[in-house]
Design a protein around this ligand. Structure first.
Ligand code: 13P
Length: 283
């Protein structure tokens, strides 16, 4: 069932667990994720970056592909298609028009006023289409889709102002996480996370889910994190398994066999994360 992220994240907030956003890159990834999440009976958010959307052919291709998989595989869990790090109002509108059920407008590189202005415009358009909206404030560090950034911790007053003025559904405050691998231990600001939980009373999002130790993920959930984004960890699990398979099977050329060689490793990561965030059987 294709849905927006409102109910699944509000339920997570009220009952203190989190929902995984797993990023997809192609049809097989979407299939592996949907199958494993169905097995655990967990709602799921399929994160699709602008780059991944383009790679797969475009917004409509992504929506129709996911809809087809839901039907053909008899997927009955709530599934949300979410634009990850939408960089402009136009790209959010395109995603909404094509049928994405949730979008992130990432205007965090602009001034707070400009961030609010852009986010507000996306929210107005999204609400008419029953689409949920995530915004970002501060800077998540590391690199994703070729975009590099240094960590900049979000300020509480800025978060409150953005939420009050825009009517978003959930917020990604940068609190020390990075996309990709961490250099050393992640330095998450849990105190500020807790303060935001109390002040905003809305689902918070943790980007850069790869490489955060389990105890810190659990602590983040206690401090209001309801959505955890995971991308790099799926990529490394898949590519390591495929590399090994090709090394051991030099004569294989069937692409189905090659792509499928990463299925087990990917599904293991997915099941580990679902158990960690506590979203199994929550729908
Ligand atoms: P990782 O690549 O570090 O898992 O982060 C994913 C993410 O935050 C997507 O927005």
């Amino acid at each position: 069932m294709l849905v927006n992220a409102k109910k699944m994240l509000n339920d997570a907030l009220n009952r203190q667990y989190a929902i995984c956003q797993f990023n997809i890159n192609n049809l097989e990834w979407a299939r592996f994720i949907l199958e494993e999440c169905q097995k655990y009976n967990t709602p799921v958010i399929l994160g699709v970056s602008e780059g991944a959307t383009k790679y797969m052919g475009g917004y409509k291709t992504v929506v129709n592909m996911v809809k087809g998989l839901i039907e053909d595989l008899n997927i009955t869990i709530p599934v949300c298609i979410h634009l990850d790090h939408g960089s402009s109002i136009e790209s959010c509108k395109k995603a909404i028009d094509a049928g994405y059920t949730s979008v992130m407008i990432d205007a965090s590189r602009y001034t707070l006023e400009e961030n609010i202005k852009m986010t507000k415009e996306v929210v107005e358009y999204a609400k008419k289409n029953r689409v949920t909206v995530e915004a970002e404030i501060g800077h998540i560090g590391g690199s994703e889709d070729g975009i590099e950034a240094d960590i900049l911790y979000a300020e509480v007053e800025d978060c409150v102002k953005l939420v009050q003025e825009t009517n978003i559904n959930f917020l990604a405050p940068a609190l020390g996480s990075v996309h990709g691998f961490y250099k050393g231990e992640p330095k998450l600001n849990f105190e500020r996370m807790q303060e935001l939980k109390e002040k905003l009373k809305m689902p918070l999002v943790l980007h850069g889910g790869t490489g955060i130790p389990d105890d810190k993920v659990k602590k983040a959930i206690e401090c209001g994190i309801c959505k955890i984004n995971i991308n790099t960890e799926l990529q490394t699990a898949w590519s390591e398994a495929v590399r090994k398979y090709l090394f051991e099977n030099f004569d294989v050329y069937d692409p189905r066999k090659i792509i499928k060689a990463g299925e087990k490793a990917m599904k293991e990561v997915i099941s580990m994360k679902i158990e960690l965030v506590g979203s199994a059987n929550k729908r």
